[in-house]
Design a protein around this ligand. Structure first.
Ligand code: GTP
Ligand code: MG
Ligand code: ZN
Length: 286
């Protein structure tokens, strides 16, 4: 029995990386019976059936620590939420929603990456507002900030996510030159023409480091979230939750609210305002 990790799945075959080699494996029938679909990122055990041609059979899947739906990938260590300093401009609404989703999905690390820093200075105070997260400025065009970003991803599985055209694939090409990701308008045209599910792949960056590219999105819905859960997904609130006068404090209008007391101090006003906005949105959806 061997241990490995699924790096991609194509037409019922799974490519499993183990000890520096990749094995092509078919899944044994029991997964279908248990309604478990092997997913990119899964830690698995498998049996080698043909050592020379590196073929095998997938036996078991370890319990997942987290899973994303789009792109469908499991056991992520890090999400790199990518925006452009300009063209397109930073969309704070999408940024805030994505941060909430990343926390809700239990992704241990979240990095905010502002690409295209060759086009504009940061006028958005990103570092001040989002000080709870590491922020890195890059230019895939000028090859700046790439080493810093690469250093932050070492030894992890990281998913690049963010709006279309911000330079996710361009950054991945800089970090892993041999990855040859499609970039620019061509990639989007091809994408729109496709109706099949996209292939999700862990791209090997060496040294136990993997990167997942994903197609851009234009909006994000927090659909299934309950309004009262939202507070747990604002990292800035964490140490104050449970310290309000009322145990069920919503941190909106209540007196002696430990969160509101910190707004403008350790909790940036902008983040609190966004919490109130999203809280009201979730309530109106109920
Ligand atoms: N000026 C400048 N342009 C960049 C930079 N990075 C990427 N671009 C350009 O921006 C365009 C979009 O880049 P992509 O890498 O395809 O963007 P993406 O985020 O992968 O887009 P989707 O795959 O559609 O989600 C391309 O024309 C790139 O050449 C940068 O740092 N500076
Ligand atoms: Mg892309
Ligand atoms: Zn409160």
């Amino acid at each position: 029995m061997n241990k490995g990790r699924i790096i991609k799945g194509v037409g019922g075959l799974y490519y499993i990386a183990a000890n520096g080699l990749v094995y092509e494996c078919s899944a044994r029938g029991k997964f279908r019976k248990d309604r478990i679909t092997p997913t990119t990122g899964d830690f698995v055990t498998f049996t080698v059936l043909d050592r020379k041609n590196r073929k095998g059979a997938l036996d078991t899947i370890e319990e997942r620590k987290n899973i994303l739906i789009r792109p469908k990938v499991a056991n992520i260590d890090c999400a790199v939420i990518t925006f452009a300093a300009a063209s397109p401009n930073i969309n704070m609404d999408i940024l805030d929603r994505f941060l909430v989703l990343a926390e809700e999905r239990s992704i241990p690390e979240v990095i905010i990456c502002i690409n295209k820093s060759d086009l504009a200075q940061d006028k958005s105070n990103i570092k001040k507002i989002y000080g709870a997260y590491p922020v890195v400025f890059t230019s895939a065009e000028e090859n700046s900030g790439i080493d810093e970003l690469k250093g932050m991803l070492k030894g992890k599985v990281s998913v690049f996510a963010g709006p279309s055209g911000v330079g996710k694939s361009s950054l991945i090409n800089r970090i892993i030159p041999q990855s040859n990701r499609q970039t620019g308008e061509i990639s989007r045209k091809i994408e729109r023409g496709k109706h099949t599910t996209r292939q999700v792949e862990l791209i090997d960056a060496g040294e136990d480091t993997y990167i997942v590219d994903s197609p851009g999105f234009t909006s994000l819905y927090l659909g299934n979230l309950k309004p009262d859960e939202l507070q747990y997904f604002f990292r800035e609130f964490k140490e104050y939750i449970g310290k309000c006068r009322f145990a069920d404090c919503a941190h909106i209008h209540e007196p002696d609210c430990a969160i509101k007391e910190k707004v403008g101090k350790t909790i940036p006003q902008e983040r609190y305002d966004r919490f109130v906005y999203l809280y009201n949105e979730l309530r109106s959806l109920k």
